[in-house]
Design a protein around this ligand. Structure first.
Ligand SMILES: Cc1cc2nc3c(=O)[nH]c(=O)nc-3n(C[C@H](O)[C@H](O)[C@H](O)COP(=O)(O)OP(=O)(O)OC[C@H]3O[C@@H](n4cnc5c(N)ncnc54)[C@H](O)[C@@H]3O)c2cc1C
Length: 417
């Protein structure tokens, strides 16, 4: 295609939908993707199963985002809703199911089936796709977009949609390329930080806990004793620290506050029980089973592989029998159950996250059209924007919705077709 009307940079969730919508409206649309395939992050999403979106009303979906993000996303999420995404997929044969936690997945298939449908959508409306075509910079004059420079030559067009994603999982192709070009064109880029990422920690003298998980706990992050974040769910120990839904859930706040001082992670093993009821539970256990070891008692709450590390963290002798515990030790056991200090965070690795926070400042993009306020003919979408939702299908939905609006406006803004 010599001179397309609209060029979409990046063939992920936002770029695919933007290209499809733009071409649906009759614009000659060229989708440029750096890697050898489209939708790599869709393919690895939800562990390969793809948590496509989240069930609920648009307002319920928006509630998962920070207030300023929800406000920005509102028009796009209403323009292309979670039901619209599902309609697009199910009308082409995908069956989906909603989990009890409202996350929506393909019923029988995987992320591959989702991608097959998206690729067929692009073919249906004749989107030209060039793979292995990294864009190197935007061509603009007098703050008006003219095209893009790629490793395979320049392409000129009327409108450009940026859909280059974030910078986590850099091997998937997302290395934050667009932020540099956009900064040069006058856009403010909010500092990039990890979100939905695992955490690395010093876990001293605790042996290898990797692979062991704690079910349904509350993970808290404390800085100078003050709680700064909490999340309920499962926690997984890894070779270098911790991961799992609770860790991903608090990682953005930890990454944001980490430079302000050490952050301790603490686990409430019995989040539905008060300190008093835990204390009573221990007393009852002591009376019923005075000869049983404290390790045996704790192994009824957490995996055996964690018992020694947990007890050592409160200097409780592993083999001590319950009947011999003095009042102070019993209190330490209560404190351990209600707040096991598992260690200090040493880093939140941005590249290992499911998405990043930070990106193009939202106050420089019109939420109704995704038009850049700095460069005429330029549209922004997806994770390249300063948006990061929680786990649950929210980030793909944000990419689909903003991509849809960006593609739609870019096509409608084209002067002559
Ligand atoms: C392991 C993992 C699991 C996830 N699971 C889920 C999930 O189940 N549900 C959910 O909602 N979210 C999930 N996410 C997050 C979600 O995948 C992303 O937020 C979403 O894909 C962002 O969409 P996007 O289109 O903005 O960017 P991406 O999907 O990342 O697409 C950006 C595309 O741009 C291309 N690109 C980058 N630079 C250039 C360039 N210079 N030139 C040309 N092309 C370029 C990239 O190669 C890439 O194909 C997951 C993320 C990861 C990493």
């Amino acid at each position: 295609m010599k001179s397309p009307d609209v060029i979409i940079v990046g063939g992920g969730a936002a770029g695919i939908i933007a290209a499809w919508k733009s071409a649906t409206l009759g614009a000659k649309t060229l989708l440029l993707e750096k890697t050898e395939r489209l939708g790599t992050k869709i393919l690895i999403s939800g562990g390969g199963k793809c948590n496509i979106t989240h069930d609920g009303t648009v307002e319920e979906v928006l509630q998962a985002f920070r207030k300023n993000e929800a406000q920005f996303l509102r028009p796009a999420m209403y323009r292309f809703t979670n039901s619209d995404v599902l309609e697009l997929l199910t009308s082409r044969g995908l069956e989906v199911y909603t989990r009890p936690d409202n996350r929506i997945f393909p019923l029988h298939g995987t992320a591959k089936d989702v991608m097959k449908i998206f690729e067929s959508c692009l073919r249906e409306v004749n989107v030209s796709v060039l793979l292995r075509t990294p864009v190197k910079r935007l061509i603009a004059a007098a703050n008006r977009i003219e095209g893009v420079e790629t490793a395979n030559g320049n392409f000129y067009c009327q409108r450009v949609v940026i859909a280059t994603g974030g910078s986590s999982y850099p091997k998937s192709g997302t290395t934050g390329d667009a932020w540099k070009w956009l900064r040069e064109l006058g856009h403010k880029i909010v500092p990039i930080r990890a979100a939905l990422a695992p955490m690395y920690m010093e876990i001293e003298n605790q042996g290898d806990l990797s692979g062991i998980s704690i079910r349904d706990c509350v993970l808290k992050a404390r800085q100078r004793g003050k709680e700064i974040a909490r999340w309920r769910g499962d926690l997984l120990f890894t070779h270098r620290g911790v991961s799992g839904p609770t860790v991903l859930g608090i990682s953005r706040i930890v990454a944001e506050q980490w430079h302000m001082g050490p952050i301790m992670l603490e686990v409430d093993l019995l989040p539905d029980s008060s300190f008093e009821s835990v204390s009573e539970k221990i007393s009852g256990y002591r009376q019923s089973f005075p000869k049983r070891s404290v390790a045996r008692f704790l192994s009824e709450l957490i995996a055996e592989g964690l018992v020694q590390a947990a007890l050592q963290s409160r200097q409780i002798v592993v083999q001590a029998s319950m009947g011999t515990l003095d009042r102070k030790t019993q209190n330490r056991l209560v404190e351990l159950i209600k707040g096991w200090q598992i260690g200090e965070v040493t880093s939140v690795p941005l590249e290992k996250g499911e998405c990043v926070a930070g990106g193009v400042s939202l106050d420089e993009v019109d939420p109704h059209s995704m038009r850049s306020s700095k460069v005429q003919g330029l549209y922004l979408s997806g994770e390249a924007l300063d948006i990061a939702g929680p786990v649950g299908g929210y980030n793909l939905q944000a990419a689909f919705s903003t991509g849809f609006v960006a593609g739609e406006t870019a096509a409608k803004d084209c002067e002559t077709r």
